[in-house]
Design a protein around this ligand. Sequence first.
Ligand code: PXP
Length: 260
Amino acid sequence: MKLGVNIDHIAVLREARKIADPNPMDALGIVKRAGADQITIHLREDRRHIQDSDATDIIKHSPLPVNLECAMAPEIIDIVCELKPHRVTLVPEKREEVTTEGGLNILGDNSKLQETIQRLQHHEIEVSLFIDPTIESVEMSKKLNVEWIEFHTGKYANIYAMLFSGLDKTHHTLPELELPRKELAEMLEEELTNLRVLSCDAMEMELRVAAGHGLNYQNVEAIAEIETIEELNIGQSIIARSVWIGLEQAILDMKGLLIR
Ligand code: PXP
C-alpha cells in the first residue's frame, strides 16, 4: 500500500504567524527517508496554508511524485498547468469548511469538469477525482476518462470514531446521531464492504484507486487490507503525531500499519 503524506498542516502552522517557519519544503527529505511514496499538497483558492511559492518549490525539488489537490477554479488550473505536478486530484472546496467535507459532485452537468480534465491531461498531468464511494461516481469517473479516483473515507472514519473513541461527531457528513454500538458496528462493516466492492469495480474498469480523509493510526488497518486500493493520502493524523515523536517516526509508524 502506497502512502502519500499530506504536508499542508506544516504550512497551517507557519501561516498562523505569517512568518517563514516551519517551511513545508523541509519535510521533503524526511518524508522520502521515512519510506513514503508521494508528497500531497492542497493549493486552496483562499491560500489558507500552501502558497503559490510553496507549490512551485515543492514541485521543483520534491524527490517524490507530487499529488496536488485543488478545486476546478480556472485561476488555480492555470497555475497548475504551469507547475505540472505528477498528479492533480480535483476536490470540492468551500470557503467556510475546515477541511474537504465530501467528494466531488460529478453526477450533474460535467462540461466544465470534462474541459478541466482534458486540459490537465493535455499538460501530461495524471488526473484523479476525489469522490464519495458510490457506484454512480465510479462509473461517471470512468466516463470522464481519468486515470485515478480517490475515495473520500470521511464517513468510514466518522463511524469508526463514534464506535471506538466515544466521539459523537467528528465529521460533517454524518448527522449527530445517538446510535447503539451494534448499529454502529454494522454501519462500519457496511462502509468497509462498500469500499471493498467499489474499489474492485473500479479496478475492473481500469481505474487506479486511492483513498483518504480522516484516516489515522487506529482506523487505517482495515482500509489497508483492501488490496484493490493502491494508495492512501494521509495528513492530519501524521502531522499531529509528529508533534510528539517527529515526522520521520510518525511516517514510519504509519507505513508499518500499511504492510499487507
Ligand atoms: N485526500 C484528499 C483529497 C484530501 O483533501 C485530504 C485532506 O482533506 C486528505 C486526503 C487527507 O485527509 P486527512 O488530513 O484527514 O488525513
